[in-house]
Design a protein around this ligand. Sequence first.
Ligand code: ADP
Ligand code: ZN
Ligand code: ZN
Length: 732
Amino acid sequence: MESETILQIALAGPLRGHFDYLPPDDNSATLTPGCRFEVPFGRSSRVGILISLNNNSSVPASKLKRALSQLDQAPLLQTSDLRLLKWAADYYEHPLGDVIFQALPVNLRKRPTNSRVSPPGLRLTQAGERVDLDTLARAPKQRAVIHALQQHPQGLAKSQLVESHDLSPAVLRSLLEKGLVTPCELPPIPLPTKAPYSLNPQQQLAVDKVRKSLDGFQAFLLNGVTGSGKTEVYLHLVADVLAQGRQALILVPEIGLTPQLLQRFQQRMGHEVAVLHSALADGEREKVWHAIRQERQHILIGTRSAVFTPMPNLGLIIADEEHDLSYKQQEGFRYNARDISLVRAQQAGCPVVLGSATPSLESLKNAQEGRYHQLDLPKRAADASLPSLSLIDIRNGHLNGGLSPVLIKHLEQTLQAGEQAMLFLNRRGYAPMLTCHACGWLTDCPRCDARMTHHRHQKLLWCHHCGHQQREPASCPSCGSPDLRPIGQGTERIEETLKQRFPNHALARIDRDSTSRKGALEKLLKQIHSGSIPLLIGTQMIAKGHHFPAVTLVAILDVDQGLFGADFRASERMAQLILQVAGRAGRAERPGRVMIQTRHPDHPLMQLLIQQGYAAFAKMAMQERQLAMLPPYAYQVLIRAEANRSDYPEIFLKQLLQGCQNLQHASDLEFWGPVPAPMERRAGKTRAHLLIQSNQRQALHRWLSEATRIFPTLPHARKVRWSVDVDPQEML
Ligand code: ADP
Ligand code: ZN
Ligand code: ZN
């Protein structure tokens, strides 16, 4: 008997490898890889994606089940997309099905339903066109909608109507029920387009170098100080790619925090620009995903997960702020989108440009060793000069609510000159903890080895590690004393200090608490840009790509965690943050200055950064890493385990060590641990780490792919939650 084709199908969920099925009975099935199938699994059914076809199966014929139906007639993912996803699943040792389904919009991860997204616009029906407005005199809002739509026969956006007439859902429902209006698609709004700048010589050089390589793979590191015109370089390159009829992928760390980059692409390339980020509604995401996949749009700007979007005609990838930690997904499928962008470019045969003012040490090393071609933009583009950096020694001086007298003096001068000042503190809330002055009680989180932050506005104690919240106590829960005092500063407390000190100046606080309402951030940013708010205090939300032209003084209130953090990357992150925040200063004609409060003004890395800049800092940091044999001079895998029972994580990791320490290649690896995690208890669970390191990437990966087969079979594997983190970025 001729054997039937076997479908190799990856299923959504944490299942390793693929599963074999026979084709569905329905003989209209096309059996193309990249199509989804519904298949029986256990007692129910699941959605899976066909990854390849085979002639035989290791499953006995009698046990093979038949797929129930094919869900897509044309493949959602092309062979090249599957290839990239397979690479990622292998490299990060994550189940292929989970990797593939994460790459699909949420709506495509499930069985198709018939819920259609209703179009965004409304227009009049024929009945609506004929309606006599006077008959609606008793329903003024309905009347206003009809009137507005009469002026716009092409239709108007529902959201716009709701906003400008302050409508309740009932008003629109009523009009729809009466048959006076109907949902419709909207014609594209013509966007104002802006002509490109003529490039300065450094920008031109960078553009020319990349332009020469548009026909093949080459990695570039665009190392340009803040404001040096990197975005302008991207715009020129993307225009080239567009002119060739090809597609460009631009990765950014966080869309909400880089509105200006998006705006500039839209002004230059209009409707070619599509945007993908996590705040989009599921239906919207799906629409964008298809538009790019079907080449109806050519430019995709997106965050991390956009790196997997199918782009059949990819001609260029850009990863802006390549050093940014947001490129790394920190749970589940722990991939790094920046690193995947390199593999993707290689597979697609196109260039990739990594841009940053403060490149990661990994990328600098790759450039040094010739794997990346480095392009430098050492000066600011538009005649603005780089801000000067200086340290304020706060070891002995008296701080006034977190601000040193020197800083206060400079704030006064800045405000008197009618300029803007920006204060940066990466800690929201009022104070990082409360203490009882009588007995020393502290706001320990009941579930973590951490303190709960005092949020005074909300009258809350709030653990930023596990989310635990409780009401702020009126007196000490331990001894009853009413003398509770805040220790340290958060943005709320600095805001209070500034208000007392500068009562006549408007002030804005930008952090997750002050911007949690939808639209609040946009509103604040608008006010800041208009120049009506001279004082800004914020967390890292203000550190990224914002362009605040009137800011001339930037103050960084506390950087010392960065110098002595538990993580070996702490100083690198600190330097990147300082320069990023500093980059907000003096972006226009007026020069800017940056003042950094520290208790360690003599720290050698800090001195180097202040006096000689990031390149010198990076060189020294790199030497330290080399001596210590740490990344980028070594490769790491971190195995994490956690459980409610405090002894299980360590027991599991010991079993793992025993079971896998003698596999092939293990002699080329170093095993560190198991050790308690830096925060051993978090969200009620005890956590332990095993770090595995090698200077041979190949050996590490070969060992890992053997070892991960053994992990699930270890005696305690089901008693703990464990995970594998390849190239970990944070040791938390
Ligand atoms: P980066 O992305 O490196 O921070 P941008 O591309 O945002 O830099 O440029 C900084 C500022 O300089 C922007 O306001 C931009 O409009 C301006 N700019 C960039 N390139 C030029 C140029 N060649 N001529 C004049 N202005 C420029
Ligand atoms: Zn007490
Ligand atoms: Zn907690």
